[in-house]
Design a protein around this ligand. Structure first.
Ligand SMILES: [Zn+2]
Length: 447
């Protein structure tokens, strides 16, 4: 007899990203927020149906490094030191909870609209952002960005500890709290060591920026008598599962071996690295070594969107360019990085990242009925994954589902008032720039 199910995603090309990389025409059935069945023409009685005809059904995309900032497109094309000292740091110091709420609504609306179902945020006033995630329905990890130097540009260690204690494992585990020391050059060693102690005691992770630039590598070598950033982080917090390092551009061969052996997560952010002129991470080598690698967009200041389709494409492009070899980082690997790879880097691979029975029902339905996703071959094997990586964008996502809850249906956001989010972003950004004392300089009323 047909079984009743809560939700049926019907009639798509199901791209499982499971261990066998199965792709087939069929359905995904959901019961109690979990995937109950995947297969062709499932014989079930659904309470609700999402149409996936002419579309790919993929595991929800997972963003392994981002900041929910509001400063998209307002500080462009500046020399680095002017950008940092005149704009970025004063703006970070001026952040108030009201700005963070606006930023979280905007960022989470964009992620849902782009098929992203999980993310880790490292930024300010995390309780505001976490409160937005409670109602947006996204699966989220918040790591308060602690900065010792310069004073006031980030969260304090005490505030971070209070946040983690209050917010870890909320909303049936959908919301988690980790520690987020900004970087080796902006936090004291004692801050890292204290976080290691608290993280291990509470069973939470630590997310930080690591080995992002040559300048960082030089600074760390000077301060430590020749250690690489990775070696120093290893001494301070101990690399392993529950440690997530963003960027990892400046790695030695020894660092790559150590990272892979440790099981620590790596968030590769190719667009941000390119925009800031920081070079390209050794992703081919990290993959060959078996590193726990995922993809991040970084913030909307350095990307400027949170589109993980673009990030997959960028990851593949820069490695092909860097290695002068078009065979490296093929399409299926790029898709795996943005799904199961990022889930693994966040320590969530048992729960999400692939469409398998028993996993949480986090998925996106991506329209392939578009001029830019044809021809669609459906004989023997399909070229749907090639289109997802090389041609699709966030705008092609039709439905987004997290833990069986529909967050977007037919491109309509169901958990965030989009008009409110857009309006608040404009208003609060002007307020923030004014509070930071840079509004008139950057956007003079009479140019
Ligand atoms: Zn970052």
């Amino acid at each position: 007899l047909p079984e009743p199910v809560d939700l049926l995603v019907r009639g798509g090309i199901v791209v499982t990203v499971d261990p066998d990389d199965r792709i087939f025409a069929g359905d995904v059935a959901v019961v109690d927020g979990r995937i109950a069945a995947v297969g062709a023409e499932l014989d079930v009685i659904p309470a609700r149906v999402l149409d996936a005809s002419g579309a790919a059904v993929i595991p929800g995309l997972c963003n392994a490094h981002m900041h929910e900032t509001l400063e998209r497109g307002v500080f462009e094309d500046l020399p680095f030191m002017e950008w940092l000292e005149v704009y970025a740091l004063p703006k970070d110091r001026a952040y108030q909870p009201r700005h963070m709420r606006a930023a979280a609504l905007l960022n989470q609306a964009e992620m849902i609209a782009g098929g992203t179902t999980s993310f880790i945020d490292i930024f300010r006033h995390p309780a505001e952002a976490a409160a937005v995630a409670e109602t947006s329905g996204l699966r989220a990890t918040f790591s308060p960005q602690v900065i010792d130097d310069p004073v006031g540009a980030g969260e304090s260690l005490a505030d971070a500890e209070a946040f983690v204690a209050a917010w870890h494992d909320r909303a049936d585990g959908r919301i988690r709290a980790w520690f987020g020391p900004h970087a080796l050059y902006s936090c004291r060693p004692a801050t890292f060591e204290r976080m290691r102690e608290r993280a291990d005691a509470l069973g939470v992770g630590i997310h930080t920026h690591l080995a992002e630039s040559r300048a960082e590598r030089r600074l760390v070598a000077e301060r430590t008598g020749g250690l690489t950033p990775l070696q120093w982080l290893d001494r301070l917090v101990g690399l392993g599962p529950g440690r997530l390092a963003a960027h990892c551009v400046e790695l030695t061969a020894g660092d790559i071996e150590r990272l892979a052996a440790s099981g620590a997560g790596v968030a590769h952010c190719p667009t941000s690295n390119a925009k800031l002129g920081n070079g390209t991470a050794p992703v081919v080598e990290l993959l060959a070594a078996g590193a726990n690698l995922g993809l991040g967009t970084d913030s909307n200041m350095t990307n400027n969107n949170l589109d993980l389709f673009e990030e997959m494409r960028m990851a593949a492009l820069v490695q092909k360019q860097r290695r002068a070899d078009p065979t490296v980082l093929p399409s299926a690997t790029a898709l795996r990085l943005a799904t199961l790879g990022s889930a693994g880097a966040l320590g969530l691979a048992e729960l999400v990242g692939s469409l398998e029975v028993g996993k949480a029902a986090d998925l996106a339905v991506v329209d392939l009925n578009r001029p830019h996703t044809r021809p669609l071959v459906r004989r023997g094997r399909t070229n749907a994954v090639e289109h997802l990586v090389w041609s699709c964008s966030a705008a092609d996502v039709r439905h987004t589902v997290v833990a069986g809850a529909v967050l977007m249906e037919d491109r309509r956001l169901l958990t965030i008032d989009l008009a409110e989010a857009l309006e608040l972003a404009d208003v609060e950004e002007l307020h923030l720039l004014d509070a930071a004392g840079v509004l008139e300089r950057r956007f003079p009323e009479r140019p």
